[in-house]
Design a binder for this molecule. Structure first.
Ligand code: 2M8
Length: 429
């Protein structure tokens, strides 16, 4: 089914609901695709990174010109990358969005290389990607360092990828929704309203994105020029844990290309230091979970989202933090190995929990894959094996659903979904 979603140069998350190329989807898809076709997995990442902007950002959507306008909202006429993004260095030949998504790409590039090192070397795959990946990480660590502590900030819920997570309710409440008559939600042509974000959410997403666009996509971080961080500016645990993970992967890529550990040890050191910063800025010992930091108030957001478990993927986490995170995953809020089959996207006991509505409760395959990877890394093998088996069952029974009910595994959202199929394939190898 991954072939059905393949456009010739990349893979769409879903033929009807998401008919373009998405940034972190493509990284997860490449991780699975490498088992079927290392060449296509390389092309997937090359296509995405060819749309990189001059300032280093990798756009969250690369638009396919062959898709009719209006099939997805917001489309190229909303983002206007070629004009609004000119100062930030948007590319000329392709239309993109102007926001970003979690940086899973260096991790994906390294795993894709390892799947067929001969092909990778023959095509200079890593050598061509390396400067782009380095510029991407540099952008996040400088222009996006709005908090000044070294972590990257997200400026929109779509950037973090868990769009309507209750973690965003507080910061989003400051945003005046855009006039509902000013846009048409194409997502409701394909998704049930009860499974998707609300119209008020969409109004706020549109307002925030339009403001960023109208400021020429300028950032507030260290080498940015915009002084006001904007209504929504958040340091997120998963986004930064993935940046750190990808920083380790980039160190491996550099060591492979240079044949020396010299430059890569500096990068590994930075990844370790960023792990310490993540713990210092986002760890909440009382909840035994990483939380999001709202940079407007400079306070942690008191909501338990799956984002707070994702730092389990980090090797240099203090052992006491790792142990506490595993306990939290197993406890009443996420129910792993007990009440739930898959890790929910949000606190089972939280007031906003909804087992159907998108990122407000349902379980997602990418986050579960990351939690399983973290459990394995820290030696929690029986729990990781159990989660793997539950993911395989749920993917098969739901025809590769976009997300599932965390208790029953019943499918929700789109079917034949790209990263669900790709990560299932990865679990089988
Ligand atoms: C969802 O987000 C898009 C906007 O980027 C949407 O709802 O239209 C999220 O689940 C996001 O994490 C994902 O990358 C994207 C495509 O699968 O869909």
């Amino acid at each position: 089914m991954l072939w059905a979603n393949w456009t010739g140069t990349s893979t769409v998350p879903s033929l009807a609901l998401y008919p373009h190329q998405w940034s972190w989807d493509s990284a997860f898809i490449a991780i699975g695709l490498r088992h079927l076709s290392p060449l296509r997995a390389q092309l997937e990442l090359e296509t995405l990174l060819a749309a990189q902007w001059g300032d280093g950002r990798v756009p969250h959507i690369v638009f396919n010109d062959a898709v009719p306008p209006g099939a997805y909202f917001p489309g190229p006429d909303f983002w206007r990358s070629a004009t609004a993004g000119r100062r930030a260095g948007a590319p000329g030949g392709v239309q993109t969005s102007g926001i970003v998504q979690p940086p899973v790409h260096a991790l994906a590039a390294w795993l894709v290389h390892r799947a067929d090192p001969g092909l990778s070397r023959a095509r200079s795959f890593l050598a061509r990607l390396r400067p782009r990946l380095a510029a991407w990480h540099r952008y996040l660590m400088t222009a996006r360092d709005a908090g000044g502590a070294g972590l990257a900030a997200v400026l929109h819920p779509w950037e973090q990828g868990m769009d309507n997570s209750p973690c965003w309710d507080g910061p989003l409440s400051r945003v005046e929704p855009a006039d509902p008559g000013a846009f048409r939600r194409a997502d409701l042509d394909h998704g049930a309203p009860g499974d998707r974000p609300t119209d008020t959410d969409y109004g706020r997403y549109v307002r925030l994105a339009a403001q960023y666009r109208d400021q020429g996509y300028e950032d507030a971080g260290r080498d940015g020029t915009r002084r006001d961080p904007g209504a929504f500016s958040v340091e997120d645990p998963a986004f930064n844990a993935l940046l750190i993970t990808s920083e380790y992967a980039l160190a491996l890529i550099e060591a492979e290309l240079d044949g020396t550990e010299c430059r890569s040890s500096e990068r590994r050191e930075r990844a370790r230091a960023l792990t310490d910063t993540l713990v210092a800025r986002l760890w909440d010992p009382a909840r035994a979970l990483f939380l999001c930091r709202d940079l407007r108030s400079d306070r942690l957001i008191a909501e338990r989202g799956v984002t707070g478990l994702i730092p389990l993927v980090l090797p240099a986490l203090p052992p006491a933090v790792t142990a506490a995170l595993v306990r939290t995953a197993r406890g009443p809020h996420f129910g792993l190995g007990g009440a739930t089959r898959l890790v929910p996207s949000y606190d089972l006991t939280g007031p906003a929990f909804d087992p159907r509505r998108y990122w407000r409760g349902p379980a997602w395959f990418n986050t579960n894959w990351l939690v399983a990877k973290g459990l394995r890394l820290h030696g929690e093998l029986p729990l990781a094996d159990r989660l793997r088996a539950a993911m395989l069952d749920a993917a098969d029974a739901s025809d590769f659903a976009e997300y599932v009910d965390p208790y029953t595994g019943a499918g929700r959202g789109a079917r034949r979904f790209g990263w669900t199929a790709a990560l299932t394939l990865d679990l089988l190898r």
